[in-house]
Design a protein around this ligand. Structure first.
Ligand SMILES: Nc1nc2c(c(=O)[nH]1)N[C@H]1C(S)=C(S)[C@@H](COP(=O)(O)O)O[C@H]1N2
Ligand SMILES: [Mo]
Length: 430
């Protein structure tokens, strides 16, 4: 079995119990010869892990971990994610692995612009709040826990570039398909309460967020990303300065030990490895605030249009969207099956999700749950019947509380942001 699961199991075993991994890979050691031949399954797993056949595998010594694996798992233990790039690490979740109401940590996507900080020690971490405040603050994680109410919220995080892979002409950047989105349960304190304590001055219009990750160049003077948001948004109740995710410490790839979680706005607002928030009297000018980063033309443009820089504006809320998490694309369900998934719309709620199994000719309403809390995606399900065996597609389209519905086709923009076109899965009904 050379599937993804075998590789993940092997990586986990290598990390947790190298001897057991060794036995799984090599079987019993021959005493005459310190080489333990890789057994069929072990060889297959190792080949999968390094991504190709190993022609000289008979020469591999017992206990040997291929350099390609020993360098470490770029996904740091996350299982089943699809790695889009490994420097910086970017990985998305296949839609069928987003089936849980609350996204487990090892299925939450990773979007890094730089390299992880060397030091992620929660004991010594501090967060500075400064800029136009009455009292600048320097807070440890213990201070945050002691001085503010600790709350847990399910919050949807979606990368602004989710769906970029489907742009034509193509857009450069990570080719996210459907899975740069998740809704984990985050625990922390409300950003608003911390800003209130510092005292927001009357001239403040924008925040600026800073993290401890390293620029790809290694230059300590450069930040990989530093974004912000209008102060009115920052003062909403569902934004957390989070130190835990799904009941455990933050995952290193998701910003340990401290991060912002700003639901409904581009994921880039949610600074990871958070060290400082400055309050500004003008729009933030940090890394990836300008040019065509997280910005789209102010008016719709024809695909392929060259848009002058001054016609771009900063993306704010994310648009209405849904994803089908069951059945998986390519599945072969029986003639009657449940179809389910999630839907969300930045700063709004979902009113309805409609399902079509006949290429959009007719639609039926799915059952839609209310959000667990403000900022969480909404789970939906429908029971569908296929009249006879054959190829079908399930299409889903959500409509939000402002009456806005997902489009059939992409609203093209140069950098491939905000693709909220309907999700479709193809099924071979048996
Ligand atoms: N410090 C820092 N914060 C960051 C980033 C980053 O590269 N560095 N990436 C941002 C982007 S673009 C997104 S979409 C989200 C992704 O969060 P996740 O990796 O926990 O899914 O983190 C944001 N916060
Ligand atoms: Mo992002």
């Amino acid at each position: 079995m050379t599937d993804q699961k075998t590789t993940d199991d092997l990586r986990r075993l290598l990390a947790e119990d190298p001897e057991a991994a060794d036995l799984a890979l090599f079987g019993r050691v021959s005493h005459a010869d310190r080489r333990g031949f890789l057994r069929g399954a072990g060889l297959a797993a190792m080949s999968t892990a390094v991504g190709m056949a190993i022609p000289y595998h008979r020469n591999i010594p017992q206990g040997f971990i291929p350099a390609a694996m020993a360098q470490g798992d770029p996904l740091a233990g996350k299982l089943g994610l699809i790695l889009l790039s490994d420097r910086p690490v970017n990985a998305e979740t296949p839609p069928e692995l987003l089936d849980d109401d609350i996204t487990p940590t090892d299925r939450h996507f990773i979007r890094n612009n730089g390299l992880l900080p060397d030091d992620m020690d929660p004991e010594t971490w501090t967060l500075t709040i400064d800029g136009f405040v009455d009292t600048p603050l320097e807070l440890s994680i213990a201070d945050l826990r002691e001085q503010f109410e600790v709350v847990s919220l399910a919050l949807t995080l979606e990368c602004g570039g989710n769906g970029r892979a489907f742009f034509d002409p193509p857009a450069s950047g990570n080719q996210w398909t459907w899975g740069a989105v998740g809704c984990a349960e985050w625990t922390g304190v409300r950003l608003r309460e911390v800003l209130d304590k510092a005292g927001v001055q009357a001239n403040v219009v924008y925040t600026g967020h800073h993290g401890a990750d390293t620029h790809l160049s290694g230059d300590p003077g450069k930040e990989p990303i530093s974004r912000g948001m209008p102060i009115a948004k920052a003062m909403t109740d569902n934004i957390l300065i989070a130190f835990a995710m799904n009941g455990a410490d933050l995952h290193p790839m998701n910003g340990a030990p401290l991060r912002l979680v700003v639901p409904g706005w581009p994921g880039s607002c949610s600074q990871k490895w958070l060290t400082r928030i400055e309050l500004r009297d003008q729009v933030h000018d940090g890394e990836k605030m300008g040019g065509d980063s997280y910005r789209v033309p102010a008016h719709p443009v024809a695909p392929g249009t060259e848009v002058p820089a001054e016609e771009f504006e900063i993306i704010e809320r994310m648009p209405v969207k849904s994803v089908i998490t069951f059945p998986a694309n390519g599945a072969a369900p029986v003639t009657e099956t449940e179809v389910r998934g999630h839907a969300w719309s930045g700063d709004r709620t979902i009113e309805a999700v409609d399902i079509s199994t006949d290429f959009g000719a007719t639609w039926m309403a799915a059952e839609v749950d209310p959000p667990l809390n403000d900022g969480a995606w909404q789970n939906w399900r429908a029971s569908v019947v296929f009249p006879r065996p054959g190829y079908y597609e399930v299409w889903a389209r959500a409509r939000d509380s402002e009456g806005v519905m997902q489009p059939f086709a992409i609203d093209w923009n140069p950098k491939g942001y905000l693709n909220n076109a309907m999700h479709r899965v193809g099924l071979q009904v048996a």
